[in-house]
Design a protein around this ligand. Structure first.
Ligand code: S3P
Length: 448
């Protein structure tokens, strides 16, 4: 994937935000819809797929392994799958760009097929740990040659038939869980993943939806997920709900900019994803759920968000897995709250697209906010709701969520701030900046 030139952007302080916006499709669910559709025999249909760079990287890889994937002029995607066990040897290496989810989940798929493939990625992805997936997938019989430290570029040689395992997750990671389950699809016998701490359950929901035999047991040791291998998946018609992780930026923006009143449509509220909204409500945010409904087997609602004075909280550590991608923007909310917010128990932030603890401490620090870093989180001194200083140039560090968080912070700054590179935003929310502009000018913006 060509790496775009850095795109700097100046973010100007904003007046009240008004309007109705629809967020784009959920990134986690979009990846999984393409992968499972590609493993079903027959034609699946996907509506609301996120057309961001990360998901397009997954689509390219599934095409390279034999699936027929097309986008209709109506925005609906159709996938003709090859069946579990039917993936073909790709002709070239997979360039996964910035996408950790594509990489880790695809490593699982390849692990139990007679395929050898190489994964490469951008500078951010090449720093991220892959040992967490290499270890269980090696136990299933796949063979890996990785760069030092278990990083990309790496080569996977799948084993067929692979060996089923019982595996207790050492880190709370839906990517690791999903990689093992996806490998288990083409493995004889029962593959079991034990999750001491529950993580997002989109894979389980969707595997069941496609007809796989999967059971989940809640026990004292956590959730035990058992999948019967050599599954036959049946094609589905999928509607992808809006991404709560994308909605998060708009919800925080409306909460911190005085006078704002925004309706964010179509927000996925799966309880394994909705931790940020709970934390914001604890801080005093005014978020009302309207029109609750089920979309694609997931709870969804529209969120009406009005500006409200926020107060500091101690963010409950048990919320970490359900808001793991939302800490950067939570830190922004904390900067506008009254008092000192403390968020701990989130070590995983260190190994995301960037080290998100240091990245946000540096970014907010440069804007005049006092942030104390901990190994597993941060304490943020809020300014009581007034504007933060701003006036700095921020490094987005190839991390979409740092760029979007600081674009939100800039709306409430005294002086404009500059983000050195906003191009990573295209990985998950290509229309984000246009959506913010529309809210400043009060228009309705469709998802994209
Ligand atoms: C994801 C899981 C999370 C999350 C990532 C998407 C997924 O990663 O941070 O953005 O789709 O399974 P971890 O599995 O590393 O926690």
């Amino acid at each position: 994937m060509p790496h775009p030139l850095p795109r700097p952007l100046e973010i100007l302080p904003s007046g009240p935000l008004h309007g109705t916006v629809a967020v784009p499709g959920d990134k986690s669910i979009s990846h999984r819809s393409l992968m499972l559709s590609a493993l079903a025999v027959g034609e699946s249909r996907i509506e609301g797929l996120l057309e961001g760079e990360d998901v397009l990287a997954t689509a390219a890889a599934m095409r390279a392994m034999g699936a027929d994937i097309q986008r209709g002029s109506d925005g609906i995607w159709t996938v003709n799958g090859v069946g579990v066990g039917g993936l073909l040897q790709p002709e070239t290496a997979f360039d996964m760009g910035n996408s950790g989810t594509s990489t880790r989940l695809l490593m699982g798929l390849v692990a139990s097929h007679p395929i050898t493939t190489t994964f490469t990625g951008d500078a951010s992805l090449s720093k991220r740990p892959m040992g967490r997936v290499i270890e269980p997938l090696s136990r299933m019989g796949a063979d890996f040659t990785s760069s030092p430290g278990g990083r990309l570029p790496l080569m996977v040689r799948g084993l067929n038939p692979a060996v089923p395992i019982d595996y207790t997750l050492p880190v709370a990671s839906a990517q690791v869980k999903s990689a093992i389950l996806l490998a288990g699809l083409n493995t004889p016998g029962i593959t079991r993943v034990i999750e001491p701490i529950a993580t997002r359950d989109h894979s389980e929901r969707m595997l069941r939806g496609f007809g796989a035999e999967l059971s989940v047991e809640e026990t004292n040791q956590g959730r035990i997920i058992s999948l019967v291998g050599e599954a036959e998946l049946k094609p589905q018609s999928i509607v992808v709900p809006g991404d709560p992780s994308s909605a998060a930026f708009l919800v925080v923006a409306a909460s911190i900019v005085p006078g704002s009143d925004v309706l964010v449509m179509n927000v996925g509220l799966n309880p394994t994803r909705a931790g940020l909204f709970e934390a914001l409500r604890m801080m005093g945010a005014d978020i009302v759920e309207e029109n609750p409904r089920i979309v694609g087997g997931e709870p969804v609602a529209d969120l009406r968000v009005r500006h409200a004075p926020l107060r500091a909280i101690e963010v409950p550590a048990h919320l970490a897995p359900s808001m793991i991608d939302e800490y950067p923007v939570l830190f922004v909310a904390a900067a506008f709250a009254e008092g000192r917010t403390i968020a701990r128990g989130a070590h995983e932030l260190r190994v995301k697209e960037s080290d998100r603890i240091t990245a946000m401490a540096d970014a907010l620090g440069a804007c005049g906010v006092a942030v104390e870093e901990y190994e597993d989180g941060a304490a943020i001194q809020g300014n009581g709701g007034g504007p933060i200083a701003g006036g700095a140039t921020i490094a987005s560090q190839l991390d979409h969520r740092i760029a979007m968080s600081m674009a939100v912070a800039g709306l409430g700054a005294k002086s404009s701030l500059t983000i050195d590179d906003v191009s990573p935003i295209a990985t998950s929310y290509p229309m984000f900046l246009e959506t913010l502009d529309a809210l400043k000018g009060s228009q309705t913006v469709a998802a994209s």
